[in-house]
Design a protein around this ligand. Sequence first.
Ligand code: PLP
Length: 371
Amino acid sequence: MTPPEAVRERALSAALPAYVYDLDGLGAHAAAIRAAVPAELFYAAKANPEVPILTALAPHVDGFEVSSGGELAHVRQVLPKARVAFGGPGKTEEELAAAAGPPVHRIHVESPGELRRLAALRREADVLLRVNLPVAAAGASLRMSGPFGMDAESLGTCLDLLAEAPWLRPRGMHAHLASGLEAGALLEVAAQVLGWARSWSEGPLEVNLGGGMAVDYRDPGRRFDWAAYGAGLAALRRPDEVLRIEPGRAVTAYCGWYVTDVLDVKRTHGESYAVLRGGTHHLRTPVAKGHDQPFTVLPAGAGPSLSGPVTLVGQLCTPKDVLARQVPVERLATGDVVAFAMAGAYAWNISHHDFLMHPKPSVHYVGVRSG
Ligand SMILES: *Cc1c(COP(=O)(O)O)cnc(C)c1O
């Protein structure tokens, strides 16, 4: 995946390491998703909450999903008028109090205990009940493992609680059941979630189908099939239903590049290594997900070089500091610039920046909203 010209130019002039974000590409991608899918599009801010990212997305989304009081305060400050949905397990009293009231569009309730605490605030709020259904997709059965959402028995308890708390308006269901699913599998899940949600509801139903659209780091050119997903949802949706999705990774992964240069090349124990300025404390994604981060070499170096399979490592004193393993290159020389693609989501913001006290990357935004 070669970077767009504007990203390439910036990459070759920036102080390295650098993060370079393509805001035009991001805006166009979000607009295309929204056009393809007959559902409201909320962006899951936890994938990348940088201010220029949120403001570039704002015209192309219907709102933002936040998973903590910190994200809630951040999105409100950056985009005071944006619609916000607040979800996530383990909401504190302070978080519930901050979320209850007109500025938050929807609160996703994760358990009967949480609903009780929300009701005790006696503030008006619109809620979705987050369910953790056992569903099957493409032969596999899935559910979010861990403390996310509730099963059918807890849902019954919640409906009883809601009947006694008229200041809370139950709007429907929320289900974020898996991540990394392709369109077909995600549609199978959506069909089951909708069928189930309809069985619980009398009035017009609202269903948030979550995020989790697949991002394939092994093949950057292959994208989630938003057109097929949109067509499938259009067939599933009933006219009086409001559907909503809240993807994160599949929205912002492609707009970010982590760019750095080669400090040293060497062979040890029969393997070739390129040691890069920076490392996984800036881009933890390949370690977190267990993949090779796709990259492009921008030749700029005149130093010693390697060819063939090479392992790209950073400056950290740990064997885990690997960005890509045994990837064939035509030529990689000391001084060359390496641009890692797909570094726009769960990248800088999930990395352990302070480990070893190396300098932080410079950050650049290219596109209409830069400057
Ligand atoms: C993380 C999360 C998302 C976004 O997931 P992606 O895999 O980034 O699309 C959406 N909804 C909830 C509740 C989440 O926790």
